[in-house]
Design a protein around this ligand. Structure first.
Ligand SMILES: [Zn+2]
Length: 303
């Protein structure tokens, strides 16, 4: 079941928005839910993030249906060392900001197949992973012996001030209420702890090209940014401004902010043209992925 709710910007709560169009591509699983015909892709006129309006909430059963579909459609679900190079680079920056990792704890929220945990453990952190999918958490425990939990991270999953580093990589763009999860993360971080947030740059050159191509090829009235109803189901799109906005609104002090090319992502279907777009995107400052490291200020316990 899908429930639609009239909600303001999930990033900054503003009600000022501009219509970008109806979502361009719809998967089979969504086609039988006619209510999604009411959903638009919009841009917030205050934080400049993109989101869907009205917001769509999926029932647990429907989420599972989607997940099973995608799981069986992708044969690389447990492919190891995906984008490992990028994770190692990010962990080196975390280490610089955190100081000696000895005895420090790291939690990866939405740990997937464990690449960030591996990079974190190799950098010297004591790592824990949490993910909704037991296939991947079991795999990580079996393969690396890292501590994992299966489920959603909620306010009661861990006590306050439990971790020195929390990682949230390519999760936030899937959430209807991202501020709630950032609030939980802020709570479980130790004062002075670091929060690593990575998300696609929704205003990248690649996204621009994808949007224009979709309009020319398929339907000029539609919006091919985000893909709320097609894998990977991004319902919010961040850019430089909106990524910084949500971090600051959640009480974090941004210390590292980079838009990376996305070239280190190992895509087996990577064609020359996509590689060229990524290189050009990086050159014109419109790279594919946003990497941020923020700190929970010591005196921010009320945040
Ligand atoms: Zn906004």
């Amino acid at each position: 079941m899908i429930t639609l709710r009239e909600e303001n910007c999930p990033i900054c709560e503003s009600s000022n928005r501009r219509l970008l169009g109806k979502p361009g591509k719809i998967s089979e699983a969504f086609k039988k839910h006619s209510e999604i015909g009411e959903v638009n892709v919009v841009r917030c006129l205050d934080c400049s993030g993109k989101y869907i309006h009205p917001m769509a909430y999926f029932s647990e059963a429907f989420t599972k249906e989607l997940y099973n579909l995608d799981y069986w459609n992708s044969n690389g679900a447990l492919q190891d060392f995906k984008n490992m190079g990028e994770k190692i680079t990010i962990m080196a920056s975390v280490k610089k900001l955190s100081g000696n990792p000895r005895g420090k704890t790291l939690l990866d929220v939405g740990c997937g197949t464990g690449e960030f945990l591996k990079a974190g453990a190799d950098a010297g952190f004591d790592v824990t992973g949490i993910d909704v999918d037991s296939t991947t958490t079991d795999h990580i425990t079996r393969k690396y012996g890292f501590r994992t939990m299966t489920g959603l991270l909620g306010p009661k999953t861990f006590p306050e001030n439990s971790f020195d580093v929390v990682v949230l990589s390519h999760v936030i763009e899937h959430l209807q209420r991202p501020g709630e999860l950032l609030g939980v993360i802020h709570g479980i971080l130790n004062p002075n702890g670091l929060f690593v947030m990575c998300t696609p740059n929704s205003d990248s050159l690649e996204e621009d090209v994808h949007h224009v191509y979709g309009r020319v090829r398929h339907d000029r009235s539609k919006c091919y940014y985000l893909s709320p109803f097609l894998n990977p189901y991004h319902i919010i799109g961040f850019n430089r401004k909106s990524a910084r906005t949500i971090l600051e609104r959640s009480g974090f002090a941004v210390e590292y902010f980079k838009v990376r090319s996305g070239l280190e992502w190992e895509d087996q279907r990577l064609k020359f043209i996509i590689r060229a777009i990524k290189v050009m995107g990086a050159l014109v400052n419109k790279g594919m992925s946003i990497v941020t490291i923020s700190r929970k200020p010591v005196a921010a316990s009320a945040g």
